[in-house]
Design a protein around this ligand. Structure first.
Ligand SMILES: [Mg+2]
Length: 357
């Protein structure tokens, strides 16, 4: 019998900030871009649960988050504390947490900085798997002072959905016999891979819940969503054979930033770029890698025209300096007549590394 757990840290970045800054405890916190008094233009990375009560969630434009905070303040509630992300601290905590998990099980797949799948088939029963997961949760809480939510299921798909079922600090167990019934009443969006576009496609055909999706044949799902439809046909029936794999397959690590005002200032662009390069290298180490071979930069002009440039080194690179030098070299033509003859202003820049080793 397969027994898989999915562990997901609760509002991770915000939880670390709350932990490390006792004066913020119990306050609404949003980690992300600078809101600049409502004029900021990036997004929220993570909001804690207090901030979520104001309608703030990850990927929300930071200006909206600011607006929600102001509205709450006018109702006599505390204003949101906006903080810039500190990836070095998050990856450090993440490393500690992964170590705790690995002490309880040998087959662990880190799925992101704050998520992991754990193969608990060796435990032999859901009751024993639950015990292990409670021990992991307690140890994380005791040592790292943050909470995790866990889902236990017969496969990765069910475990993942179950971990989000009772957040924060939750533990949800879905045994194989109940897995299909567990999914049926859920919105189609509960299935990983169904985004807003696919959801629209289904609602237009009268399918809102996972149960509704079952009226489509495998062929119809393929017709509607492409090749992936065959996998989807299995997923909505709670079937998923994907194994838990040791290596954390990060394909790339990147950051981007929208400027407060569209700009041509080389000084500002280089300053932000070098900050991003540092953050990326910290995250690279946190994800258990040392080297990269490919650098990709993104430039978005006023009006949203977006360009990318890529360079792949012949040898693996391991320093922030190498990354920064290459990123500067790639972006430079966009600041002069070579790639920007009309002198357009730049709205956003991004850096990404690939081919990690
Ligand atoms: Mg999380």
């Amino acid at each position: 019998m397969r027994i898989i757990a999915h562990l997901d840290m609760d509002a991770f970045f915000a939880a670390i900030e709350e932990r490390d800054n006792p004066r913020f405890r119990g306050m609404p916190i949003a980690v992300g871009s600078d809101p600049k008094g409502g004029q900021g233009r990036g997004v929220v990375a993570t909001a804690n649960y207090k901030a979520r009560e104001y309608g703030i969630h990850s990927a929300l434009p930071i200006s909206k988050a600011w607006q929600f905070s102001e509205e709450a303040r006018q109702r006599g509630k505390p204003a949101v504390i906006f903080l810039p992300p500190n990836f070095e601290r998050y990856t450090e905590a993440s490393e500690h947490i992964m170590k705790i998990i690995r002490a309880h099980a040998s087959l662990v797949e880190q799925a992101s900085v704050d998520e992991a799948y754990v193969d608990l088939s060796f435990s032999g029963s859901f009751a024993k798997a639950e015990k292990i997961c409670r021990a992991i949760k307690e140890e994380i809480q005791a040592k790292e002072k943050v909470t995790a939510s866990v889902g236990i299921g017969p496969n990765k798909l069910i475990a993942k959905i179950a971990s989000g079922f009772q957040k924060p600090d939750g533990l949800t167990i879905v045994e194989e016999g109940n897995a299909e019934a567990f999914l049926e009443p859920m919105s189609v969006r509960a299935i990983p891979g169904i985004g807003p576009k696919t959801e629209l496609l289904f609602t237009a055909r009268g399918a809102k819940t996972v149960r509704d999706l079952k009226k489509f044949s495998r062929e119809e799902l393929v017709e509607l969503t492409g090749k992936w439809g065959a996998e989807l046909y299995e997923k909505i029936r709670a079937r998923d054979e994907t194994p838990v794999v040791e290596e954390y397959e990060v394909k790339s690590i990147g950051e981007q930033e929208t400027f407060a005002e569209d700009t041509k200032s080389a000084e500002l662009i280089f300053e932000r770029l070098s900050m991003m390069c540092k953050n990326i290298m910290a995250r690279l180490a946190g994800d258990g890698f040392r080297t990269f071979k490919t650098v990709v930069i993104t430039v978005r002009f006023t009006g949203f025209e977006t360009k990318t440039r890529t360079h792949t080194f012949s040898n693996p690179q391991r320093t922030a300096k190498a990354l920064q030098t290459e990123a500067f070299r790639l972006i430079l033509p966009f600041l002069d007549a070579r790639e920007n003859p009309k002198g357009k202003l730049i709205r956003l820049i991004g850096v990404r590394i690939e081919k990690l080793g």
